[in-house]
Design a protein around this ligand. Structure first.
Ligand SMILES: [Zn+2]
Length: 184
């Protein structure tokens, strides 16, 4: 049986795509992601996306997807560019009411379809934001600020927690990520 292979549309009806067992494939410019864009020092890249719509053996409508991109972030220690590659697989179950989430097989993340059709970019952007580091930072060996950091405590993650505490107080663009993560 051959699946329908299509380009990425702007809007999707996830349940129809499940019925037709569609495969969507393509790229989206990073510029188009309004929530992500302020976090990037360079937004000229694209994200590669493959989405397979199907039902599982219990009839759960889902999409299994893969996203691949490279995000140019700012290292929160040296404030220089920090390239963060993302290659992420995910499986979302399409649900119409929140209570359906309770009965889903554990391999699925629930995605509540509140309005249909959905804006595809919103679905992809959620996955992108979830894949991002809470605090983007070079490895110490690659960070130009590492020479200013005392190694006396011997803990490599110490500076990360200090910065995180500071950022909690100030207006923090990454708080949007924290909220997303808390939702799960
Ligand atoms: Zn750095």
């Amino acid at each position: 049986m051959s699946n329908q292979r299509k380009r990425l549309p702007h809007e999707i009806d996830p349940f129809r795509l499940v019925e037709s067992r569609s495969v969507l494939e393509g790229t989206i410019p990073l510029k188009q992601f309004k929530r992500l864009r302020p976090l990037l020092v360079d937004d000229t890249g694209t994200i590669a996306i493959v989405l397979n719509f199907d039902t599982d053996e219990f009839g759960v409508p889902f999409v299994s997807g893969r996203i691949e991109t490279n995000l140019a972030l700012v290292c929160q220690r040296c404030l220089e560019r920090y390239d963060f590659p993302i290659e992420k697989d995910f499986s979302l179950a399409w649900i119409r009411a929140e209570k359906e989430a309770k009965t889903l097989p554990i391999r699925f993340e629930p995605y509540l379809v509140e309005t249909n059709p959905l804006i595809l970019n919103d679905v992809i952007e959620d996955e992108l934001l979830l894949a991002m580091p809470q605090i983007p930072m070079h490895d110490r060996s690659e960070c130009s600020a590492s020479k200013w950091i005392s190694d006396s405590d011997g803990k490599t993650d110490n500076s990360a927690s200090e910065i995180s505490a500071d950022d909690e107080v100030k207006e923090n663009p990454f708080s949007v990520l924290a909220n997303l993560k808390r939702k799960d």
